[in-house]
Ligand binder design. Structure first.
Ligand code: FPP
Length: 253
């Protein structure tokens, strides 16, 4: 028994240190994952969705407080109508199938982006999921759906003008407050899978000081071990926020 425990101790990876509070992920490469296997793109999205479940669970386990996922961008409307419909259906299915389990695990679902172009029935599901989980506090899951960073800034400026805020009261804190992520910390770590080295209009205001992690792994294969690797690399980086190395060291001591 003791020997068995010892083996287990050796197998368990060490506890993670410096876990980012907020991780944002561009889940890219579902299509290429499928193509590489001679499968339809839809299968790539299906596997990508399965992987999302694993990653949400891993984030809860690692103690991540906020996870923001880029599920559908304002640019994704340019995809073939069938694929757009599929992505809408996936969100609807995920909500219907996973809501209870997510809620039981303390996940609070939030939506960021515009609801207006989304079918009323899906809008209703999204709002229900957000309302149903609003008192959960283990992990905030921001689902960026019909989301674009520039669109978010335009929306914020429109609201600021509508609220009659005088120019001399507009500062970074105020703009932050008008973003969809209003009360949340900025992402510490932005991950993009599949080898693309772009932000693609994702959280362009909030990610000004984020650390970036790019991997060639396609999203369906970006598992818990890969997430751990990303967090370990993040933990090795020094975040200076414009200061010198010496200043950061002094603050840490
Ligand atoms: C990118 O792969 C992925 C997306 C456009 C989003 C799809 C995300 C999922 C299926 C995960 C869960 C989704 C929801 C709605 C909760 P791609 O199609 O751009 O891949 P490619 O660049 O290889 O073609």
């Amino acid at each position: 028994m003791v020997a068995a425990l010892k083996v287990e101790e050796q197998i368990l990876p060490p506890a993670l240190e410096h876990v980012p509070k907020h991780i944002a992920i561009i889940m890219d490469g579902n299509g290429r994952w499928a193509k590489a296997r001679g499968l339809p793109r839809a299968e790539g999205h299906r596997q990508g969705t399965e992987n999302l479940r694993r990653i949400i669970r891993a984030c809860v386990e690692f103690g991540v407080e906020v996870l923001t996922i880029y599920a559908f961008s304002t640019e994704n409307w340019r995809r073939p109508p069938l694929e757009v419909r599929l992505l809408m259906t996936i969100l609807q299915t995920v909500i219907q199938r996973e809501l209870q389990e997510l809620s039981d695990n303390g996940v609070q679902i939030r939506h960021i982006g515009q609801l207006d172009r989304i079918a009323p029935s899906l809008q209703k599901e999204i709002l229900h999921a957000c309302d149903y989980t609003k008192d959960n506090h283990r992990l905030i899951l921001n689902v960026a759906f019909n989301y674009g960073g520039r669109d978010e800034i335009v929306h914020a400026v429109q609201q600021i003008v509508k609220d009659g805020i005088p120019a001399d009261q507009i500062n970074e804190d105020l703009i932050n407050h008008y973003m969809y992520t209003g009360d949340l910390p900025d992402p510490d770590l932005v991950i993009r899978t599949s080898g693309e080295l772009r932000l693609s209009n994702f959280l362009i205001w909030q990610a000004a000081y984020s650390e970036y992690y790019f991997t060639d792994t396609y999203w369906p294969d970006f598992d818990k071990a890969e997430l751990r690797k990303a967090i370990e690399e993040y933990a090795r980086r020094t975040r200076r926020f414009g200061k010198t190395d010496e200043q950061v060291q002094d603050e840490e001591e």
